[in-house]
Every structure is written in C-alpha cells, then in structure tokens.
Design a protein around this ligand. Sequence first.
Ligand code: ADP
Length: 181
Amino acid sequence: MIIGLTGTPGTGKTSVCRILEGRGYRVIHMNDLIKNEHLYSEVDEARDTVVADMDRVLSRVCELVGDDEVVTILDSHMSHYIADIVIVLRTAPSELKKRLEARNYSDAKVQENVEAEGLDVILVESVEWCQLVYEVDTTGRNAGDVVEDVETIISGILSGDDTLVYSQYKPGSFDWSEDIF
Ligand SMILES: Nc1ncnc2c1ncn2[C@@H]1O[C@H](COP(=O)(O)OP(=O)(O)O)[C@@H](O)[C@H]1O
C-alpha cells in the first residue's frame, strides 16, 4: 500500500519521513529517486529544479514497492500524482516563509512556494488526483508532533475504519489566502 506524504516544500515532509523511517516504516524519498536515477525529462535551471518524467517515476515506484501490503510512504511534493491515498502537510504562510528562508531559498522561490501554500495548490491537486486525502497542520508544531498525527491516520487507514480519523483530518480546514499578499 502506498501512502503519499505531500505538501508545499518546507511543510516538513522529509523531517516527518526521517522519523517514520526510524520507526520502521518503508519510505521512498521520491525527489532523491528522481534525481539519482535520472527519472526526469529536462532540467529547469531558472527554477533550480528538474521536470520529472512521471510515467517513469510511477513504473519505478511500482517496481520498488512490489505488490505486498506493507505500507510504503512516498515522500515528495509530487507524491499525490502517484499515490491514491495522500496526507497533505500544511503550514501557515508566515511560518513557511521563515522555514524556507532558513533553507536559503532565493526570494523568488520563497515567494512562489508561500503563495502556492496560501492558495492551497497542492491540496487542490491532491483532491483532484487522489481517492483519499487527509490534511495535517504543522504550524507551530515540531516534526515529532506531526508524526503522531501521521501515524494516527495510517492506523485508521489500516484498520479499514477511517471515518473517525477522516473527520479529524479532512481536507479544506484552512484559508490562508489573505495571508500571502
Ligand atoms: N513541524 C515543523 N515545525 C518547525 N519546523 C519544521 C517542521 N518540520 C520541518 N521543519 C523545518 O522546516 C524545514 C523544512 O523541513 P523539510 O522536512 O525539509 O520539509 P519538506 O521536506 O516538506 O521540504 C527544515 O529546516 C526543518 O527543520
């Protein structure tokens, strides 16, 4: 079973996945996979990123996951293009801005990602692409607290009865559109 952990860059996906790995979860860091195995069609110098070839990414992820029922967490802001079940990490734009600045992103890249978060870009894409979408707020919390929420959601999914979990983490809880301009 593949569960995508998606969200705007800086929302804490990799930090959460590192903790999950430490707790024995199988994690695929998709952005590393794309770069290490050249699963991209071109390099976007201007935006300091690559354009992933999602068909090749999908087949490679399926190869790595196989058909066992072990949960695999797919760590990437593009994981919602691959997984049918996703957990979207959210961060209030003002805090996301500080996190991205601390990562020495350019002003333009910070602004691009802060605006995307404020406009719910990844959440909307996830709802369009995926069957099951959960949303977790990371604002003012550390990665350890966020992992607890993620594990609660995973347990709910595995139990087959995610109604209670879904009500607690259903998408669309935030409106940060006023916070980005
Ligand atoms: N819940 C959190 N609260 C505060 N800072 C966080 C949290 N999660 C991650 N960070 C910090 O934010 C930055 C981005 O985290 P990272 O896990 O790389 O995000 P992503 O993988 O979503 O781009 C890192 O400096 C990390 O230490």
